[in-house]
Design a protein around this ligand. Structure first.
Ligand SMILES: [Zn+2]
Length: 150
C-alpha cells in the first residue's frame, strides 16, 4: 500500500540533479524536459509537473494531443504556442491553459532559450499518452520558421 499523500517540496538541488529526457523520435520535437512532481517518484497525486526547454531558433515540441488538460508557465525566453489552429505569442511570465484533447505545439524561433514550467492534471507523467498529429510534418514547420524570419 502506498503511503498517505504528504506535502512535497523539490529543492533547486534536486531539480538540477534530475534526469533530462527527450522524445526518442526527433520528428516529435527536440525539446528536453525534466520531471519535478510525478507519482510514483514523488509521493503525490492529482497533478504532475516539470520544466521543459526549447533551444534557440530550432527548438520545438510538435503538434500533439493528450486527454489531460495542461498548463504552461513561461519562465524565460519567448515562443509561439499553437492551440487548435490558433497561434499565441508567449514570453516570460505568460500562462497558457490547454484544454484536454486540444491540439497544441510550441516553437522557439528566438535567439534565447525558451523555458517553461508545465503541469498536467494527472497523478503521473507516465499517464500521459502523447498523440502526435501525423500531417504536421517537419517540412511544414520549416516553412513556418522561414516565413517568421522575414
Ligand atoms: Zn502537451
Amino acid at each position: 500500500m502506498s503511503s498517505p499523500i504528504q506535502p512535497v517540496v523539490v529543492s533547486p538541488k534536486q531539480l538540477t540533479s534530475h534526469n533530462i529526457e527527450q522524445f526518442g523520435d526527433p520528428s516529435q520535437g527536440n525539446c528536453t524536459w525534466h520531471t519535478l512532481v510525478s507519482a510514483p517518484h514523488t509521493n503525490t497525486n492529482s497533478l504532475s509537473s516539470g520544466i521543459a526547454v526549447c533551444q534557440p531558433r530550432i527548438g520545438c515540441l510538435r503538434h500533439h494531443r493528450h486527454k489531460e488538460a495542461e498548463i504552461y508557465y513561461i519562465i524565460s525566453g519567448e515562443g509561439i504556442v499553437h492551440i487548435d489552429g490558433v497561434e499565441h505569442h508567449v514570453s516570460a511570465g505568460s500562462t497558457v491553459f490547454i484544454p484536454g484533447d486540444a491540439e497544441h505545439a510550441i516553437f522557439n524561433q528566438a535567439e534565447e532559450e525558451l523555458k517553461w514550467f508545465y503541469v498536467f492534471a494527472t497523478d503521473s507523467f507516465g499517464d500521459i499518452v502523447y498523440r502526435f498529429t501525423p500531417d504536421k510534418t517537419a517540412v511544414e514547420d520549416t516553412k513556418a520558421v522561414e516565413g517568421a524570419g522575414l
